[in-house]
Design a protein around this ligand. Sequence first.
Ligand code: ATP
Ligand code: MG
Length: 641
Amino acid sequence: MQNTAEKLEIEDRLLSPLNPQQSEAVTTLDVPLLVLSGAGTGKTKVLTTKISYIVEKGAAFPSQILAVTFGNRAAQEMKERLRQLSPDSDGVWLGTFHSICARILRLHSESIGVAENFTIMDADDQSKVIQQILRELNVDKRAANAVASKISRWKDKGIASDDDRIDGRSLEGKIYKIYQERITAYGSVDFGDLLLLVLRIFKKHPEILQKYRNKFRHILVDEYQDANMAQYLWLRMLSPLGDGLCCVGDDDQSIYSWRGAEVGNILRFETDFPNSRIIRLEKNYRSVGNILTAASALIANNENRFGKTIWTDGESGEKIILQQAYNGFDEAKMVAERIEGLRSRGIRHGQMAVLVRAGFQTREFEERFMAYGLPYRIVGGLKFYDRREIKDVIAYMRLICQPNDGLAFERIINIPKRGVGAAAIADFHARAREKNISLYAAAREISAANLLRPSVKAALEEFVRLMESLRQRKNLRPADMAKIILEETGYLRMLRQEQTLESQTRLENLNELLMALEDFEELATFIEHVSLVTDGPRNYQDDVVTLMTLHGAKGSEYEAVFLVGWEEGIFPHNLALQDGNLEEERRLAYVGLTRAKRYAFITYAANRRVHNQWQANMPSRFLSELPAEQVIHITSGRNFF
Ligand code: ATP
Ligand code: MG
C-alpha cells in the first residue's frame, strides 16, 4: 500500500505541470468524462498523464486500462510518452481501434467460427477479391473500388453482410455477401471486420463481453471526433454506463467523415451518459500567437461547430508567410530552400513537415529534396509494405501460417515462375468453389486426381513440398524465416538474374525488410504488424523532414510546417468543391495550421500540372480567410527566414 506521503509525491509529480482544467480532467475518475477543446490544448497530454495517474495511484492495474487512439504513429507516440511518465505501465492495452480489436479477435475467434490464425487483408487484397467476384458475375471490374468502398462504409456503420439492412437482391448487397463468404473461406478478415467481428463476439457471447467489461475499469479514447459508428457501438458495449470512460476530442478537427467518422458521436456524449462531465481546455501550449489567431479566424468561417475559446500567453512570434510560386517545380524549390534556411537557423530537419492535401503532390517535393540531398521520409500511404517484393515475401509468410489464405496462394503460386499459369489457377478456383475448400487444397486435389499436365503437376507437387517444409520451420525467428524463404523459393535467384536497376532496388528493399524483421520474435506477430501499420519500417534516420498528407498529420506537432498547394481544386479538393463539403476541408486547413509551433509557411502556384495537364488555379479561398494582420504575403521570390 502506498502511504500518504508517497501519494502526495505522485500527485505532485504528475499534476504540477498541468493547468487547473487539465488537472481536473486527469483526476476525475468515476464519471463519464469528455474533454472537448481546440488544437494543442493538451488533450493527448491529459490522456497520457491520466493513465499514469491511475497506475501510480493504484486506482487500477495497468491491464485494467484500455487506451485507444487513431493511427499507429499516435499510438506509438503515446506509448513513448507513457513509458517516460510511468515505467511500470507496460500492461496497459494501448493501441489503435484496429490493433486492439485484432487482439481481442485472436483470443476469441473460434467462438464465432473465425479461424484462429486468420490473416488481415489490406485494401489491395480486398479489391482483388472483389474483382474476382465481379468477373464471375460478368460485371465490369472497374467497379471494384467503388464496391469496396461501399462495403467498407457499411462496415464502418456496423452493418454486417447478413444484416437485414443489406438487400441481397441489389448488386452491391449480393457482392457484399459473396465477398464475406469468400474471405471467410480464405481464413481472412478485412479492416472493417476487425471491429464488426468483435461486436459479433460481444453480442453472441455475453459472458465474453462481461469479462471485458469487468476487466477494463478505465477506457480512454483520443481523437474521439473521428470515431465511426462501429467504433462508437464497440465503446458503448464495453462501457454502457460510461463510468471510467474518458474521451477527448475536438469537433473542429473531424476530418474523416469520408471514412465514416460521425462527429455527432462527440456532440451526443451528454445525452448518451446523463451524469457525464464536460471539461474544456482553453489554453494552447503549442503555437505562437500569430499562428493560433490565424487558425482560429479560419475555422470561425465554419457554421457547424461548437465554438470554443482558445488562447495563449506565449509570444505572438513570427507571422505566417504566404508565398506564390510560378509553378509546382518552383514551389518545391522554394520549400526546399526555406527548409535549408531554417536549418541554418538551428531548426532540425526532424522538426519540419511538408503537408499536402493529396498523396500525388509529394512527388515533386521528393524529387527536389533528392536533388538537394535533403533527407526526408514519407509517412503514411503504405509505401514500404506496398512494394511488390515485400508483398510477395509476406504472402509466402501468410501462406505458411494460414494454408487457406487464397489470396496469398494466388499471389505467389507462380512467383518465381513455375509454369502454373492462369488456366490452372482458374481450375483451382472452380474446384475450390464447387467443393467449398481452399485454393491450396483444391490445387492439391486436382493434382492428385491427375487432372493437370504432367509439367504443371510436377511443379505443383514441388511447390507443396516446399510449403510443407517451410511450415515445419515456422517457429524460427521471422528474419531467419525470410532469408530461408528468399533462398529456397528461388526468389533471390530470380532477382539476381534479372540484373536491372529495378531488380537492384527490389533487392535493397528486401534487405530493408530483413532489418525491420529483426524487431520481431514470431512470424504471426510480424504479419499482424504489417497488416496494421501504415508507416514504413522505423530504421530510417530520425532527423529528416516529414512529407505527409494533412490527414496523416493529425495529433502531431512540428517547429515548422509547410502547407503547400493552397489552390482551388487542390485545396479545397476538387471533390469537395463538387459536393460542397467545404467545412471538412476547412477543418483540414485548421488541422494543418495548428500543427505548427513557430513557423507556418503557405504556398500556392500560379500554374500547375495535374495529370499531365497544365492548369491555372485560383488561390485557395482559405487564403482570404486568414487575417491580414498575421500574414506576410510575398509575391516575389525573396526569403524572409
Ligand atoms: P491536438 O488537438 O492537436 O491533438 P492536443 O490537445 O492533444 O492537440 P497535446 O499534443 O497534448 O495537445 O499538447 C500540445 C503541446 O502542448 C505538447 O507539446 C504538450 O507537451 C504541450 N502542453 C500541453 N499541456 C501543457 C502544460 N500544462 N504545460 C506545458 N506544456 C503543455
Ligand atoms: Mg492530441
